[in-house]
Structures are given as C-alpha cells and as structure tokens.
Design a protein around this ligand. Structure first.
Ligand code: MG
Ligand code: MG
Ligand code: ZN
Length: 366
C-alpha cells in the first residue's frame, strides 16, 4: 500500500507539472535577430489576393506554420490608425490615433529600438512611404501627432537607428525652418544618399546609413518603384547582420494601405505582390541563418476589402471573384500574424497588438 501511494503521488506530481505548461510558453532557443514585416492595411482579403492574382509562385504566406490573429484597436478608438497601431507594436502601449511613441497622456514610451540598441543590437527601418511616415516613425520618434513630419525628421537624426531607407527627403532638405537636416544627419554619423541604394560600395558595420530616395513617399509599384523594397530590405539585412549581438529590422509595405484608401484594385494587388516577394527573400535568409525570428502582420485593414463571389443578375457565380471595397477608410477586422524562426510559437493565438511587442522581447530572451 505504501508503495502504491508513492506511485499515485508521482502520477499526481506529473499531472500538476503538465498543468503548469498552461503558463506562458518557454522559448527553447532565443532569437538573435528579428525582422518585423508590416503590411500597412493588409487584412486577410489583401493577403488572399496573392493566391488569386498571380501564378508565378506559391504565396510566401504558405511557408508559415505559426499563425495568429491580432486585434488592432487603439486605446480610444475601435478602429485604429497606423500611428497608434505601430506605437502598440513598437512600444507595447495602446494609445490614441495619431500618437507616435507616446501614451494617451502624450508621455514618451520607450520603443523596442531604444531597448535593444543600448544592448548592442544593430537596428533599421525600411518603408515605401517616407521614413517619417507613421509606421516607421513609431520605431524611433516620440511626438503627439503623426502630422509633425519635420519634428519626426529631426528626431531620426538623434535616434538609435543605424540604417534607414525610404522616401521623405523634403522633410530634411526643404523645411519650413530652413534648417538642413541632411547636414545634421551627416554630423550625427549617417552616410546619407538621396539618389541610389547603391551609392556606397559596401556598408561598413561601424558606420550608419540613410537613404532618402523620394521627396515624400516612394512611387507606386504601378508607377515604377521596381524592386526598391526587396533591395532595401536585403541591403539592410546584409549590413545589420554584421553585428554579432544581433539586429532588429522593421520593413514596411506602406502602400497596401494607400491602395485600400484609393479603393484601387490593381494598385493593391501589385503592392501585396511586392510585399510577398520581400517576405520570401526574408524567409530565405532566416532559413539559412537559423537565429532569426520573422514576423509578418498588418497594423489594421484598409478599405473593408473583400473577395466575393460574382453577382450576375442577382445570381451568385462562384467561379468568378468580384473584389470590392466597403470604405475609403480603415476597418476594425482582426488582422493575421505569421511567424517563423526561434520563438515563432509565441505568436499563435488571438491577442491585442500591444502583445506583439512583449512576444518579440520574450522570443529574444529579454
Ligand atoms: Mg552590436
Ligand atoms: Mg504605414
Ligand atoms: Zn491608412
């Protein structure tokens, strides 16, 4: 009997330890690098266009095994804007629409770049908007309004960012205060170019780099942007990976959102496909590297976009897709999140946008 009760207590102990796994998942291997890909305005219907409007390759999204859903609401509004949602991702704090790196009382909140950079990590932001636009700005700036582009530009000069690429030259060089912030960038250690991603022979790990390749946003895909986002993201990775401590890179398909606002289907399809190409390249790098966590998500959905069955004289035709937009604004629909690499399992489930910040740091062992 004595032996039997010891046996049962061992079983009970085993059961209790099994129950304790309902606590937060423990990460087996830490992510050294994080590449955070944000498709602005990229809801599930936008993602789905990569399945129906191309036949060159399998969509990159099929390569992920760890998938979740994100509620993107802001602290004050059910439907978020890009500033508030990017601040939730970058700082782990829900705030009001329009806020960049500040809380509901406009107090600055430390962002992930400011947490990682002092620990030795190399950091970068890439966007197809201007680099001072809401999404990239939330990873280095703290300001009460996303519309204060010149103020955001001056904060980039003093930020912890090591590499940036996108548009926005005019917010540095043609300012209302007549100051030349291209000079300031150089004074604060940036090698800056306004003409080409290939301006420098090689990117030295001991230097900082900035590329401002349009006055404001980069051109649309349908108007000749070419492979800018792919090449800028690959250039950023090639540069950042030289840091033995690891790196954090945010790269944004900014104009999926603009296509949604414009209710422009061909614009939307081309922007999603461009982003899809970047995801594939980043996954190729992460597969080889083995220490890189890749996260792909959106800040919100734009356009109330849908892929319905065609309606022909009030009859459904299920062989034909009839894409449609429901609004020129954002929507509150949950957005998908895809993760690959060390810590990817943390991103399964349904949660708030601000949790993405915590999950990234947990995956890095912070
Ligand atoms: Mg370092
Ligand atoms: Mg954006
Ligand atoms: Zn938008």
């Amino acid at each position: 009997m004595v032996k039997k009760s010891i046996f049962f207590s061992l079983i009970l102990a085993a059961l209790f330890s099994a129950c304790s796994t309902t606590q937060p998942l423990q990460v087996e291997k830490k992510a050294r690098n994080v590449i955070f890909l944000i498709g602005d305005g990229m809801g599930l219907a936008q993602v789905s266009t990569s399945f129906y409007y191309q036949d060159e390759k399998a969509p990159s999204f099929t390569r992920f095994r760890h998938i979740g859903l994100v509620n993107t609401s802001s602290a004050k509004e059910r439907v978020t804007d890009s500033a508030s949602s990017a601040t939730a991702y970058a700082c782990g704090e829900r705030t009001y629409n329009g806020a960049i790196g500040v809380d509901s009382d406009t107090n600055s909140v430390q962002n992930i770049v400011e947490i990682l950079s002092p620990q030795g990590y190399a950091t970068g932001v890439v966007a197809t908007s201007s680099v001072v636009h809401a999404t990239p700005a939330s990873f280095y700036a703290h300001i009460d309004s996303r519309n204060k582009y010149e103020g955001i530009a001056s904060q980039l000069v003093h930020s912890d960012i090591d590499f940036f690429a996108g548009g926005g030259n005019k917010f540095f060089s043609k300012r209302s205060d007549d100051l030349n912030y291209l000079d300031s960038l150089q004074a604060f250690g940036f090698n800056v170019d306004t003409t080409s991603l290939d301006a420098f022979k090689r990117l030295d790990a001991a230097q900082k780099y900035g590329f401002l390749l349009a006055a404001d946003g980069m051109p649309e895909m349908t108007k000749g942007r070419g492979d800018f986002l792919l090449r800028a993201t690959e250039k950023a990775i090639d540069y950042l990976k030289q840091d033995e401590d690891g790196f954090f890179l945010m790269s944004e398909g900014s104009q999926i959102d603009w296509a949604g606002h414009a209710n422009n289907l061909s614009y939307l399809i081309r922007e999603v496909l461009d982003f899809d190409t970047v995801i594939d390249a980043v996954l190729d790098f992460a597969e080889k590297d083995g220490n890189t966590l890749v996260i792909v998500t959106a800040d919100h959905e734009t356009g109330g976009f849908s892929l319905s069955a065609a309606d022909i004289r009030r009859q459904a035709n299920y062989t034909i897709i009839q894409p449609g937009f429901n609004t020129p604004h954002h929507s509150a629909t949950l957005v998908p999140i895809f993760a690959y690499g060390p810590g990817a399992e943390l991103f399964q489930g349904v949660y708030e946008n601000k949790e993405v910040f915590n999950k990234i740091l947990q995956a890095m062992g912070k």
